[in-house]
Structures are given as structure tokens and as C-alpha cells.
Write a protein that binds this ligand. Sequence first.
Ligand SMILES: NC(=O)c1ccc[n+]([C@@H]2O[C@H](COP(=O)([O-])OP(=O)(O)OC[C@H]3O[C@@H](n4cnc5c(N)ncnc54)[C@H](O)[C@@H]3O)[C@@H](O)[C@H]2O)c1
Length: 270
Amino acid sequence: MTLSRPQGSVAYNNTGRVVLVSGGASGIGRSICEAFLRSGATVVCMDLDDRAISSEFKGIGFVRGDTSRDDDCRRAVEFTVEKHGGLDVLVNNAAIQPPASYVPLDQLPVEQWDRMLAVNLSGYTLLARQALKQMLRQQSGVIINLASGQAHRTARHVPAYGPIKAANLMQTRQWGVEYARQGIRVVSVSPGAIDTPLVRASLEAQGGAAQLANRHPIGRIGRPEEVAAAVLWLSGPDASFITATDLEVDGGLGAFGAFADPYPLPENEK
Ligand SMILES: NC(=O)c1ccc[n+]([C@@H]2O[C@H](COP(=O)([O-])OP(=O)(O)OC[C@H]3O[C@@H](n4cnc5c(N)ncnc54)[C@H](O)[C@@H]3O)[C@@H](O)[C@H]2O)c1
């Protein structure tokens, strides 16, 4: 799949802001790190994968850690605050959707459920919990949770990812309401299919469904930079009255709904 670069983008000025992004070594998280860096922010990436410290990732701080571990989350926030003096934006982005999880519920290995629950749900709570300690001291901050179109509507064979992503929407509402009077906003972003390693793995798991692009009314899947642009806007002053809600960044996929073409069945199920 060939995707051209975006034609243009609004210039945000995030000079002086400190941003922590989980899962920033790859895909959408990586684009979010790069976009914040370009806009002048100080960026720290927390990831299991240390490719973020390679030379092509210059200028971005890195903490190796697993978001499903409370100690690692505490370490990532403490590193960020001690080194950079505060924490203005947390992006809860690290999540997994292993190919082996694309099965009906009765065939779902319990380890897949446990790991997705630990990373995709507990990981967001654990990192936000640590970040909030600093944001409450500052009486300011923004938390952006990466949810998914699959948080809003079902697909076949996502018995873990779908329900767990739906819980990210409720984390957003709960925390948004809880901390609204303390200068802290919480917003989620629900992407449609975006060209990242996670989606490429899912396409392989579902029989290489090239038709996925056509299910998006815009006629293509999205680019990581297009999600990053939404995250930058939502975390900035122009979105100051937006909290405890979700923005779908999906090329119209969600609105297509029940009249969309049926999802192509794997060969062995036709
Ligand atoms: N790509 C899409 O089409 C799509 C669609 C909807 C939602 N999303 C959501 O967007 C976010 C990013 O997805 P992506 O496609 O860029 O994924 P990706 O697989 O390309 O990148 C995920 C990153 O998270 C890191 N990671 C995984 N588990 C971790 C852990 N426990 N601790 C720390 N880091 C960890 C990985 O090492 C990787 O760098 C996820 O929340 C995903 O659910 C993606």
C-alpha cells in the first residue's frame, strides 16, 4: 500500500510543553511524538521497544517500560517530571491486537485476553494515575486516550479488542468529569484503519483484506500523521472546551454503518 505524505498541516506551537507518549516507538504513537517535537514540545516516549533510541528518533526522550506495570509507569512519569519540570500532555497510546486474538470468543486463548486487558485497559489507568499526581500539582494537563472505531461498533472476531477498547471511552468520560474543575481535560481519539504495523498484522490475520480501504467512504485507510494532527489539536488551547468525549478520525467509516459492504470472509469460511 503506498500512501503519499499529507499536503499541508497547521502549525501548532507547543514550545515549553512537556509531553509523554506511551507506545511512541511505532505507528501512530511515533507520528504523535514527531508531530509534538516539530511543534516545539519536549517529548518523552515510553515503550517496550528500544528502537525509539535509534539515531532516526533524535530529540525524543525515551523510557523503556511496560505500561501494564505500575512501577514502570511511575518511573516514566517521574523521569519526565524530574528531567523536564512538569507534564502537560499524556498520550495513552500503547495497545496491542495480536493476530492470535482474531478468533471467536470460545477460541480465544485466556493469555490473549489477560495481556490485552493488562496493556489496553490497565495500562491506560496505571499511566494516567501516575500522570494525574503531577497534573493535580500543576492544576493543568491534558490526557488523550487512543481508543478505536472498534470501541464504538463491532466487527467479527474481535472478542477482546472491541470490548476493551470500548472501556477506553468510559475511562475518558470518567476521568474527564472527575478532573474538569482542576484544569485537566481528558479526550479520546478513535481512529479508523490507519497504516501501521498493528493494522498490517490484522490484515494478515483476516486474510489480507485489501478491500479495507473501500470500507472507508474517503476511499483509503488513514495515515498515522492524520491521527497525530487530531491529537495535537485536541491537546491544545483551541480545544479548551472539549473534555470527557471522543473524536472519531476515520474517513467516515463509522457513519457508513450497517449498510456498508459485508466484511470479506476468510477463504476457509466462504
Ligand atoms: N492502526 C490502526 O488502524 C488503529 C485503529 C484504531 C485504534 N488504534 C489504536 O492506536 C494506538 C496505536 O496503534 P498502532 O497501530 O500505532 O500500534 P503499533 O503496534 O504500530 O504500535 C504500538 C506501540 O506500542 C508499544 N507497546 C505495546 N505494548 C506496550 C506496553 N505494554 N508498554 C509500552 N509500550 C507498548 C509497541 O512496542 C509499539 O511501539 C493503539 O491504542 C491502537 O489500539 C490503531
